[in-house]
Design a binder for this molecule. Structure first.
Ligand code: HEC
Length: 712
């Protein structure tokens, strides 16, 4: 590797070829050349980068539609978020959609080859914090691997779409596990984590034999309940020492690794980004309120790929109380620090700091904020630990904290260009209020955050004051170019809406889709905007690129949903257009990209008569609604991907107990709540919804009448 030692500005083609990462590395590619995209990041290092392309600044205005695929499996009436990066291998595009359903289409024509439906139990959508989304597939040696929402991992024959094997990755279905991440292959094992840190579960990563699906090893992110049995291995025992003695082990404690995974074949190390603690505030995870670092929460952990043993770990947010999962995607490269080349791994987790670590040793090389951060003043480079501020502590009183619980960045892929040596990072810019909810009992099957988080503006004048004292009142997103060696920002895009898509670099252009339904391209060196192409559908996934028969394509999955699915922000694509799942594939000299039709407001149903109920029943109904239902069906019936319960037709009002208590619509993602709601409670929530919708409808009509009076 000596000659390939990589200066900050010189990654050679030889280096890239050596790692078998990028075909077509060179100035020209021949007409018949095919360039695969075999990993979500294009290469195993996670660059999301293609060097050679006919798509460049000069040709960009000729970008148009090659083809579009819309034939996604939709369960019931809910269109779901699209978060996967497609892969292209052997002239075929492979991608997953909601629920882990996997599709193969001809990469030149879009012709459908096969659909594989893992047929997950739809009730598991309730276990997912953030929609029945899926972040992609892995492919190796003619096999495609995908995980379904209900936590099964399948190997599929890439040619036929036949299932080769399927295994249950969930150790205990009493807990609230689900799966949304893309598996990765590490040698002869395939790895998959799970989600559920916010819900009550104990996170872990499992390795299965690529050939047979047999269990190879399991890494437990956090210690288990000692009452349930001895520690599984010495790493669990070592982690236990970092938790208070009176930890509430039976809560599960979270840490679920639901996204970021990487594999370095040379070091034979697997890197896993681990999730936040559950419940969120550290003081709620022990009986006495004692606080501990709580390994391996919110950490980057290097594991031996053969055994799953911890090689090194770095905890980004010790004792994490802020939902600062370190599950974001990784990029590996070589960078020069203090004159010597280092093999590094980089991550921008939710906590707002951009980290560069030596991936052989775990040594911290750089940690700088990439967005406004007030929970820590800085990361102490001696100890490697963040230095907490008073602003971070919401144990006794609510605080406005940056970044918000949504993070400064989450799962959307960042990109690295070896031409500029810059990292291109999709950033969320927002603070939020954190209020402890220590009295809230832990309810299995619920979102057990232990906090209430609200975005600005705030009713509470003190919170509003804290918010306004912040550096900016911005609530939105930016694409930022970051120099990973210094941790400084080189450029940023203009203001964008909140929660945009992942990033792709093609040559000197950086591509990013946005939640308001555009595909942008920027000059990679300067940030100058080069393209704003309307797609008409929200993009939160990352685009990818490939070449077939001398034609370069850019493909991206579009569709609104995910953590913000319960609400269509004003001006977002689903606010303006009909929302559904799409694969958009672009090429030079393509046709105009069609935008969907305008969003249709549902016709108003007759709401029938009020339901007799006491004030106490109404209050209880509202409480239950807030705790259980609001994260999908917006209170008051604001538009979102889920049915509006403030407009229920008679059939739904009559079938309410069947739907909520008996799982009548479980297949479509509306699981039964009979496990934690009694028939009386279901009746109370029904009464609350129906009566409140009648009141709101009357108020709306009255407001409308007043408005008409005022304007006449
Ligand atoms: C994880 C998301 C999620 C949560 C949480 C959730 N629901 Fe649902 N709900 C759905 C989905 C998805 C549908 C649509 C199913 C379909 O397409 O038929 C639905 C449908 C319904 C319907 C039928 C609406 C209609 O117009 O036909 C009712 C009633 C309902 N939910 C009530 C509730 C109540 C009450 C709660 C809380 C106790 C709740 N839901 C919690 C996802 C959710």
């Amino acid at each position: 590797m000596k000659e390939q030692s990589v200066g900050r500005s010189k990654i050679t083609c030889a280096f890239l070829a050596l790692l078998a990462v990028l075909a077509g590395c060179g100035p020209e590619a021949s007409r018949d050349e095919v360039t695969d995209w075999a990993y979500p990041g294009g290469n195993q290092l996670g660059y999301h980068y293609q060097d050679a392309s006919l798509i460049d600044a000069a040709s960009l205005d000729r970008l148009g539609l090659a083809f579009e695929f819309r034939d996604f499996v939709v369960r019931g009436r809910t269109h779901r978020g699209m978060e996967a990066t497609p892969l292209m291998v052997g002239r075929t595009l492979y991608f997953s959609g909601p629920w882990g359903v996997t599709y193969a289409v001809d990469a030149a024509t879009g012709e459908h080859r096969w659909t594989y439906d893992p047929e997950p139990d739809g009730a598991y959508a309730r276990n997912a914090c953030c929609d029945a989304v899926n972040r992609g597939v892995a492919i190796q040696d003619g096999r495609v691997f995908v995980a379904s929402t209900d936590g099964h991992l399948a190997a599929i024959d890439a040619a036929s779409g036949e299932e080769l094997w399927k295994t249950d990755t969930i150790v205990d279905r009493q807990w609230n596990y689900s799966s949304s991440g893309a598996p990765i292959v590490a040698g002869d094992v395939v790895l998959i984590g799970n989600s559920g840190a916010d819900m009550g579960s104990r996170g872990y990563l499992t390795a299965y034999s690529v050939a047979t699906g047999e269990l190879a090893w399991r890494f437990w992110v956090v210690p288990g309940d000692p009452a349930a049995g001895p520690d599984e291995n010495p790493d669990v025992t070592a982690a236990r020492a970092t938790w208070p003695a009176d930890t509430r082990w039976n809560l599960g404690l979270g840490g679920n690794p639901w996204d970021g995974l990487a594999y370095d074949p040379e070091l034979d190390l697997v890197y896993v980004g681990t999730g936040n603690g559950g419940p969120h505030p550290v003081w709620m995870r022990s009986e006495s309120g004692a606080e501990g670092a709580g390994l391996y929460l919110s950490s980057i952990v290097a594991l031996d790929a053969d055994t799953g043993q911890v090689d090194w770990h770095y905890q980004t947010t010790p004792g994490d109380s802020w939902d600062y999962a370190a599950t974001s995607p990784f990029i590996m490269t070589e960078l020069e620090f203090d004159g010597s080349p280092r093999k590094v791994i980089m991550q921008a987790p939710k906590n707002g700091f951009f980290y560069v670590l030596d991936r052989e040793t775990g040594e911290l090389l750089q940690a700088q904020p990439f967005t406004h951060v007030n929970w820590a003043s800085h990361v102490d480079m001696e100890t490697g630990r963040p230095v907490l501020t008073e602003a971070s502590n919401f144990r006794l009183e609510p605080k406005v904290i940056w970044p918000s619980m949504a993070g400064g960045h989450s799962w959307t892929p960042m990109a690295f260009s070896p031409r500029t040596d810059l990292v291109y990072l999709p950033v969320f810019e927002a603070g939020a209020s954190f209020t402890t909810n220590s009295e809230a009992p832990f309810v299995p099957g619920n979102a057990n955050h232990g906090t209430q988080n609200v975005f600005p503006p705030f009713d509470d004048p003190e919170l509003q004051r804290q918010f306004e004292a912040g550096p900016s009142q911005a609530f939105g997103g930016r694409l930022k170019a970051i120099d990973p060696v210094t941790g400084t920002m080189r450029w940023q895009s203009g203001p964008l809406p909140f929660l945009n898509g992942g990033v792709l670099v093609i040559g000197d252009l950086v591509f990013q889709g946005t939640v308001d339904g555009y595909l942008y391209a920027y000059d990679a060196a300067t940030g100058a905007e080069r393209l704003k192409l309307e797609i008409g559908t929200s993009i939160t996934a990352a685009p990818m690129t490939y070449r077939l028969d001398g034609i370069d394509y850019v493909a991206v999955l579009a569709g609104y949903g995910g953590p913000q699915g319960s609400f269509f922000p004003p001006g977002s694509a689903p606010d303006r257009y009909e929302n559904f799942e799409r694969l958009i594939v672009l090429r030079l000299d393509g046709s105009p990209v069609p935008v969907p039709g305008p969003r249709q407001e549902a016709a108003l149903n007759d709401l029938g008569d009020p339901v007799p109920a006491t004030l106490a029943q109404m209050r209880r109904g509202q409480e239950i609604y807030q705790l259980n239902c609001n994260r999908c069906h917006s209170m008051g019936g604001a538009s979102g991907i889920y049915p509006n319960l403030w407009n229920m037709p008679q059939g739904t009002r009559d079938g309410f107990a069947q739907i909520v208590g008996n799982g009548l619509l479980a297949y479509a993602g509306m699981g039964s709540y009979s496990d934690n709601l009694s028939p009386q409670e279901i009746a109370a929530v029904r009464a609350f919804i129906i009566n409140d919708s009648i009141i709101k409808r009357r108020q709306g009509a009255a407001a409308g009448a007043q408005y008409r009076e005022a304007t006449h």
